[in-house]
Design a protein around this ligand. Sequence first.
Ligand code: PEP
Ligand code: MN
Length: 263
Amino acid sequence: LAGKTFKPEPSIVDVNGVKIGGKELVIMAGPCAVENYDQIMDAAHAVKKSGAQFLRGGAFKPRTSPYAFQGLEEEGLKLLLEAKKATGLRIITEVTSDKAVELSIPYVDMFQIGARNVQNFQLLKEVGKSKKPVLLKRGSATTIDEWLNAAEYIMSEGNYNVVLCERGIRTFETATRNTLDLSAVPVAKNMSHLPVIVDPSHAAGKSKYVIPLSRAAIAVGADGLIVEVHPNPMYALSDAAQQLNPKEFDSLCKDISMLAPIL
Ligand code: PEP
Ligand code: MN
């Protein structure tokens, strides 16, 4: 179902009126995690002003350490909905379990399956049973074929609204958090009709590399970006080093709008 042999022409995924995979770029932006009311509201207003169509923000955080901030869960979902009401932005959030899927349904426009859950087949089937669009991140150690099979799990349950997201893979290189596999964009687009976006933030791991990687992603044919933006990155409860401040995000949007139209 995900393959070009099933459907040769590119798919457009419509998320409550925002079309991903069309002529215009789609920008999703916001903090790594929803932290509190002021933080998410400030982030939402800032990213909206610069041109983003989606607000991102994790309420269920898959952290390496069990002692690190795990997210506000349903309280975070409520704050995302407040931000949606205030700005009109579409909301995307990561779901990490069946329970998180169920809780998120009334609050969000799109589910995110994170890199760590790309082969959590039970969870893939669960979001496949829902009709909500799904952003499927590539795992840090999945081949493109495995990633497309993960999309197949979602689609085989009847949900065809899948968008792929390259976010960097694990290599021997340590200067960046992950190695952004830009070749995955044209390769995935050659194998699949699904839209492909890029997450430069989790690939870079450092804010100073996010803008150049974003430009490269658009140049190589990505349909959009998902970027971490925090009103005050230094004080972020997760991924502080890689989040852009609103001013940096604004300059990213200006940069990429010179390469392709933003919706
Ligand atoms: C995230 O988007 O905050 C995240 C955890 O990303 P990834 O799953 O790509 O690591
Ligand atoms: Mn993050």
